[in-house]
Design a protein around this ligand. Structure first.
Ligand SMILES: CC(C)(COP(=O)(O)OP(=O)(O)OC[C@H]1O[C@@H](n2cnc3c(N)ncnc32)[C@H](O)[C@@H]1OP(=O)(O)O)[C@@H](O)C(=O)NCCC(=O)NCCS
Length: 333
């Protein structure tokens, strides 16, 4: 086997080969999600989601030249500087032949060379990825629960009922919405929300992603360049003008029936006003008008995030799968 680094912004052939491996793996590893479009895959592997952090991409070929596996290694610089994050895949028909082990050893070396003390990758519970991670002695993190909801004919009436019950608790707040790029007037407020809303349950020893205005804009630009439509709904306190609770959903051009929930949170001092539920209801109502083709919404929360889960269950979300990050220590090996 040969493992070769490639430049995903210049070598479309190798990137396509990695996308093919990801597509072939999809029914085995994440059948509950829509298959990854090439555009979205490229947005991650070539554009790095606009995060502006170093990345490496490596493709493994068998002696015949046939692509058998690949990995992406992310090396964050603005947060989690001790950690390398990998997405490592072996094409299904070539699994259990040692390719995954060889790629992991290679990836661990690269992460170590970049000064990282820990390597993380995620895997769905019950998947080959979990068994592989356990076999390698990796430690599993907290459970992250993926849920989906279907948008059906009964939803508008259900939303109206939920809103009527919640609104009396939210006097003094108004709802705003926009489609990315975020209007300049809201940019600083949105960045602040991302910074203060960091109390989301996460694995021990991990830092939340560092966000500033420049990074937020860069991530938006990367999403827009991929043809992603990115919606934000925010509850704002009328008296202070402070943004209190954002929710964000993205729709990719090549998977038009799916909305992908991004951050939802309520600023600590504004909790207890049902704002989390109200912004999500407002988003679904906005989608009924502006994204009538979206039939399912996909979301993920830490299993310990009780408040958000209660909101999602009220809205009709059902569990699709559980995944977690697996971590290998790199020091001394
Ligand atoms: C996980 C993955 C990379 C493993 O690739 P692979 O080429 O099959 O890995 P290896 O052949 O080197 O397997 C090494 C060991 O892991 C364990 N293992 C891997 N897959 C397994 C499975 N499906 N069932 C049981 N054990 C498994 C075994 O102990 C195996 O050793 P053995 O074959 O000698 O018994 C591959 O299944 C994959 O691409 N999965 C989807 C993406 C993913 O989950 N990546 C890992 C993120 S942490």
């Amino acid at each position: 086997m040969r493992i070769e680094q490639f430049d995903p912004t210049a070598d479309a052939g190798s990137l396509r080969a990695c996308h093919q491996i990801s597509l072939a793996s999809h029914p085995y590893d994440v059948p509950f999600m829509p298959p990854p479009s090439y555009t979205a895959f490229k947005g991650g592997w070539a554009a790095g989601w606009g995060l502006g952090e170093p990345r490496e991409t490596w493709l493994a070929r068998a002696e015949t030249g046939e692509p058998v596996g690949c990995y992406l290694l992310r090396l964050p610089e603005k947060d989690n500087q001790e950690v390398g994050f990998t997405e490592l895949i072996v094409t299904p028909e070539r699994r259990r032949s040692g390719f995954g082990s060889a790629l992991l050893a290679h990836c661990a070396d690269r992460a170590r060379l970049a000064g990282r003390a820990r390597l993380q990758g995620m895997a769905v519970d019950g998947s080959a990825g979990e068994t592989f991670a356990r076999a390698k002695g990796a430690t599993g993190g907290i459970d992250e629960v993926l849920r989906t909801m279907d948008i059906d004919a009964g939803l508008p009436a259900k939303l109206a009922g939920l809103r009527a019950a919640a609104e009396p608790h939210a006097a003094g707040y108004e709802i705003l919405s926009w489609q990315a790029p975020t209007p300049e007037e809201h940019l600083a407020g949105l960045v602040e929300l991302q910074r203060v809303n960091v109390a989301i349950p996460m694995d021990e020893g991990m830092e939340p992603m560092a966000v500033d205005a420049e990074r937020l804009r860069s991530m938006e630009q990367a999403a827009l360049a991929m043809g992603v439509r990115y919606y934000t709904v925010v509850a704002r306190e009328v008296a202070s003008g402070q943004l209190a609770a954002p929710t964000e959903v993205a729709v990719e051009r090549e998977t038009p029936e799916w909305g992908f929930q991004q951050l939802t949170s309520v600023r600590r001092e504004h909790r207890g006003h049902r704002l989390g539920l109200l912004v999500k209801i407002a988003m679904l109502e906005l989608f009924a008008e502006q994204e009538p083709g979206v039939k399912h919404i996909f979301t993920g929360n830490a299993g310990a995030n009780e408040h958000m889960i209660a909101i999602n269950e009220q809205l009709g979300y059902k569990i699709a799968a559980v995944f977690r990050f697996w971590e290998l220590g790199l020091a001394g090996s």
